[in-house]
Write a protein that binds this ligand. Structure first.
Ligand SMILES: [Zn+2]
Ligand SMILES: [Zn+2]
Length: 423
């Protein structure tokens, strides 16, 4: 089966799928004796939410031997082009894999250039030429050290791959005003996870233990609300029963905090799935849309605005409902939603599941510029998915997000003050 057939279905795949395949190929290449070094380049190295091509750069003195082994990889279905230094292949995922082979002395520069984006690289080349700097002459013991050296030769701070889109990052670096991007290590808790009380697979204490094992200070348990029957949404009575378990866990683990939360459905008629009187006693409330996607833009926007204006709603989860490669965002006046979220100081979620990455990077940046707040949450239904946090943090970084704007980078005390303050 050729690439054409696959490509008609979708020419890009979600980053999560592309990255795990790229890592598999990278390991395979690293196992070949003729390979001196391998690096991912292209949009996957920049953590773009979907990937069209996987670009891998290999350092070797024996490209023919590497090529011979590479084309035999069982997940490559079809070789499209082959030259002495370059192979373009079609993969089982339907996306193309490009292998570039260079001698060791060209490796760092090739990875830098092929990481792109093209627009960033062209802009950078122009600035390098204006300053008479020849990147080939810059030394570096690794790709990152080399890249740092090139930017430093221009008097610039390091611009990480996820910012290289030529969206003002070179200008910001020239002015010494690159953002202090949030890092994975800044995250102090996850504010959206499910347990086996609704549609998660692990128990409440398993999820909390897994969060503690990641070094978090807190986690919010946010199972589904009662109308979402398919997920075994919780009745008010069940929520109160769960609360007892949370209190018990907190008594037994004074160094950690489980917040009693709920993911409350925004119903088709704009009402929330529990009355205000009930919501006011929750530690944290996240609101989201799971039904009625077929409503028109005006109705859907109105539902979300009503939730944002509710004084008990702390976070708007997966705001556009998209599933990458499977479901488009529902029709929404996102401009208005971000405006009202900022005005009401309701945090908007970057859902870190690689299937969602919702809010996306560009809109996260828009929200920041309006003075809004974000929460980066995994929405894990399985404790293994707490590791998805990295995808959310990288999406935030692509959106120039600094840690002060991310409520789950705050220490517990500060978060609780914010939660208790009301809107
Ligand atoms: Zn949800
Ligand atoms: Zn959820």
């Amino acid at each position: 089966m050729g690439c054409k057939l696959f490509r008609r279905q979708s020419s890009r795949v979600p980053l999560g799928v592309a990255l795990s395949f790229a890592q598999e190929l990278q390991k395979y290449l690293e196992s070949l004796p003729e390979v001196l070094n391998v690096s991912l380049a292209g949009s996957a190295r920049r953590w773009k939410e979907t990937v069209g091509d996987i670009d891998l750069v290999v350092s070797t003195r024996e490209p023919n031997k590497v090529a011979e082994q590479f084309v035999k990889h069982p997940r490559l279905s079809h070789i499209l082009e082959q030259a002495s230094d370059r192979i373009l292949a079609c993969s089982h995922l339907g996306i193309k894999v490009e292998l570039i082979q260079v001698p060791p002395e060209e490796f760092n520069l090739t990875v830098f250039r092929d990481t792109g984006s093209k627009a960033h690289w062209l802009h950078l080349e122009q600035v390098l030429a204006e300053h008479g700097i020849i990147p080939e002459l810059v030394q570096g013991s690794s790709v990152e050290e080399f890249e740092k050296g090139v930017y430093a030769a221009l008097g610039l701070a390091y611009i990480p791959p996820e910012l290289r889109e030529d969206q003002g990052e070179i200008e910001a670096a020239v002015q010494g005003q690159l953002p202090q991007l949030i890092e994975l290590g800044d995250i102090k808790g996850d504010l959206h996870v499910h347990t086996n009380w609704s549609d998660g697979i692990h128990t409440l204490s398993q999820m909390a233990d897994a969060a503690r094992a990641r070094g978090y200070e807190y986690i919010a348990i946010t199972d589904h609300s009662k109308s979402l029957r398919i997920t075994h949404g919780l009745s008010e009575k069940r929520v109160l029963e769960q609360r007892k378990l949370i209190d018990q866990y907190n008594r037994e683990h004074p160094d950690f905090r489980v917040l009693a939360g709920i993911e409350v459905d925004i119903l088709s008629n704009s009402a929330l799935d529990y009355p205000d009187d009930f919501l006011k006693d929750m530690d944290i409330v996240i609101a989201s849309v799971h039904t009625g996607f077929k409503q028109d833009q005006e109705r859907l926007t109105e539902r979300i605005l009503t939730a944002l204006k509710n004084e008990h709603v702390d976070i708007l989860a997966h705001p556009t409902g998209r599933l990458l490669g499977r479901r488009a965002p529902y029709p929404l006046d996102l401009e208005e939603v971000l405006e009202v979220a900022a005005a009401t100081q309701t945090a908007v979620e970057i859902n870190a599941s690689p299937d969602r990455l919702d809010l996306d990077a560009a809109n996260s940046r828009c929200l920041m510029e309006r003075g809004g707040l974000l929460a980066i949450n995994t929405d894990a239904h399985d404790c293994r998915h707490l590791t998805d946090m990295e995808f959310g943090v990288m999406t935030a970084r692509r959106g120039w997000v600094e840690k002060n704007s991310v409520i789950n980078s705050w220490p517990l005390k500060k978060l609780q003050r914010w939660l208790n303050k009301g809107k």
